[in-house]
Design a protein around this ligand. Structure first.
Ligand code: OAD
Length: 225
């Protein structure tokens, strides 16, 4: 079967990584919207580097959980396109390959001057030089609010040919990912939402599985045969 799975911060929650919009979702009293924008980076680049250094360190210490592993198993039996909004590498460490990171990756650095990408050091700061052009213009290779998510053409195409679309652990508050369920439904996919709770877009899905990702994702995958 052709399946597209979209994951969000909820799939990594039981690995110990905080979600964005939970009650504890603030970082040093900043909302995500206050550090994850080009304007925030222009205003206070050191703060934005520290934010992502902290997230890179937390992600490095986290381990993939049963939900990440279950999606790696799913790819062995079906034609799976795995799209994640997450910038951690827990899908890859859980055994998935060809993961589409639509919001970028902590593992990658991007030169704001020349556009060169390279594997990010554990910590970056305002002095980190670009290996290609030497400008001290490193930024995390993360898609910020107001920037275009990566790989969109490939994602829309996969959704349009999908028989099943599933969204796992995402609040449905950030577009375009929040609109994938509606688009998948219109183009003929059976749509399933797997979440601890209702999301902002639950009505777009035919079916809802409520519970922690480590329980409901392996169960759903097993049910697909
Ligand atoms: P959110 O923090 O907005 O939502 C997390 C979702 O996971 C919520 O719907 C929770 O109910 C659910 N959840 C929490 N724990 C769970 C668990 N154990 N099992 C299953 N579900 C659980 O995170 P995202 O939807 O991923 O963008 O946020 C989308 C984007 O907003 C992020 O990629 C990030 C952020 O700003 C950028 O950084 C560009």
């Amino acid at each position: 079967m052709r399946i597209v799975v979209l994951t969000g911060a909820g799939i990594s929650a039981e690995s110990g990584l905080r979600t964005f919009r939970a009650a504890d979702g603030l970082w040093e009293d900043h909302r995500i919207e206050d550090v994850a924008t080009p304007e925030a980076f222009a205003r206070d680049p050191a703060l934005v580097h520290r934010f992502y250094n902290a997230r890179r360190s937390a992600a490095a210490q986290a381990k993939p959980n049963l939900a990440h592993h279950a999606l790696a198993d799913l790819a062995k039996r079906h034609d799976l396109t795995l799209v994640t909004q997450n910038v951690d590498d827990l899908h890859e460490r859980g055994g998935s390959t060809n993961v589409i990171h639509m919001h970028g990756e902590l593992a990658s650095a991007l030169c704001a001057a020349c556009g060169h990408r390279w594997p990010s050091p554990a910590e970056t700061d305002v002095k980190t030089p670009c290996p290609a052009c030497s400008a001290a213009a490193a930024r995390p290779d993360i898609v910020w609010f107001g920037e275009m998510p990566y790989h969109m053409e490939r994602i829309w195409q996969a959704i349009e040919r999908a028989e099943i679309f599933a969204a796992v652990g995402t609040s449905g508050q950030v577009y375009p990912a929040a609109g994938f369920g509606q688009h998948a439904r219109r183009t003929g996919a059976h749509c399933v939402e797997l979440n601890l709770d209702q999301s902002a877009v639950s009505r777009d899905f035919h079916e809802q599985l409520i519970g922690p990702a480590t329980h409901i994702v392996p169960k759903w995958v097993a049910g697909l045969g």
